[in-house]
Design a protein around this ligand. Structure first.
Ligand SMILES: Nc1ncnc2c1ncn2[C@@H]1O[C@H](COP(=O)(O)OP(=O)(O)O)[C@@H](O)[C@H]1O
Ligand SMILES: CC(=O)N[C@@H](CCC(=O)OP(=O)(O)O)C(=O)O
Length: 282
């Protein structure tokens, strides 16, 4: 027997209590645009998701794609800018956002999961009335705040053995299409599903303090303090805000972790080690 196979057997053995804990659990995973760079990274993420499903977890993937939207806007010569991590979205920008998120980005993730033997189904918040939005702030244009989430389609898909992959778009009763920050969409969906875990995958190890050190355990109050102090800034604002809102609406815990690290989701769910910054109510 090789040293590797002994280590694999030991790892599986140590994972048993975690496998039991998460059997039947709903885990919402937000895959940020910065975390989905390389094809190898995407394949590794997809494998983790398929393994989760295989051991009885119900994974729901919600994705971003900010860098891919930026690249397409650049090609089309359309300029856009962000306020507190949210893209100011006019009608022309919205067309590009929908095309990129519901098109290329969503299908790339679906395909990656299916190539690993899963059965992924891609949809956006417009499908089956999943996310009804209201304007988040008139200054942001067509940026949506999820006002009502109907997660029944996600339960139906999970019940049929499929893995839902959701693009963060919503519909308005006014007939408009809304651009939702990917973190915000994942949090709203996790809240509506009363998920056991919300995993927010990004391109940093987790939340860092003023000295740049990783903070592994956070409470809702500490997040508020760090935001007031300006230590949590830019794209980390919607991420931590999402985590807090999700916890306050019934999600057990949210974790912000580095999606570029190998097997990030498995490390977090199935080992003693954990990963990133976990945020709990208190
Ligand atoms: N306190 C902090 N800890 C970690 N990252 C922070 C912090 N404050 C701001 N950030 C920034 O937030 C970024 C993550 O947000 P974002 O770029 O929107 O990610 P994604 O595309 O994965 O959603 C980090 O790359 C980092 O530059
Ligand atoms: C309102 C808003 O900002 N929407 C985002 C949607 C994509 C996203 O959230 O992508 P990341 O997760 O990769 O940052 C945008 O237009 O970029």
């Amino acid at each position: 027997m090789t040293r590797d196979s002994i280590a694999t057997a030991r790892t599986l053995n140590e994972a048993l209590p975690y496998l039991k804990r998460y059997e039947g659990a709903t885990v919402v995973i937000k895959l940020g645009g910065h975390a989905m760079g390389s094809d190898d990274g995407m394949a590794s993420f997809a494998r983790d998701v398929v393994l989760m499903r295989q051991v009885g977890v119900n994974p729901v993937v919600v994705h971003g794609g900010g860098p891919m939207i930026n690249a397409m806007l650049d090609r089309l010569g359309v300029t856009s800018h962000f306020v507190d991590g949210k893209r100011v979205t006019d009608a022309e920008t919205m067309e590009v956002v929908e095309m990129v998120l519901s098109g290329r980005v969503n299908k790339r993730i679906v395909q990656a999961i299916n190539e690993q033997g899963g059965r992924a189904v891609g949809l956006s918040g417009k499908d089956a009335r999943l996310m009804r939005c209201e304007p988040a702030d008139p200054a942001l244009g067509l940026v949506g705040r999820p006002a009502q989430v109907d997660p029944s389609i996600l339960r139906d898909l999970a019940g049929a053995g499929a893995i839902p992959v959701v693009a963060p778009l919503g519909f308005g009763e006014d007939g408009a299409t809304y651009n939702i920050n990917g973190d915000t969409a994942a949090g709203a969906i996790a809240g509506a599903l009363e998920a056991d875990r919300l995993l927010l995958l990004t391109d940093v190890e987790g939340v860092k303090d003023a000295s740049g050190a990783l903070v592994t355990d956070l409470t809702v109050d500490r997040v508020r303090d760090m935001t007031d102090e300006g230590v949590i800034a830019g794209g980390m604002i919607p991420k931590t805000q999402t985590a807090v809102d999700a916890i306050l609406s019934g999600v057990r815990a949210a974790v912000i972790l580095d999606g570029r690290a190998a097997n990030a989701c498995l490390l977090e769910l199935f080992t003693d080690h954990g990963a990133g910054s976990i945020i709990r109510r208190s």
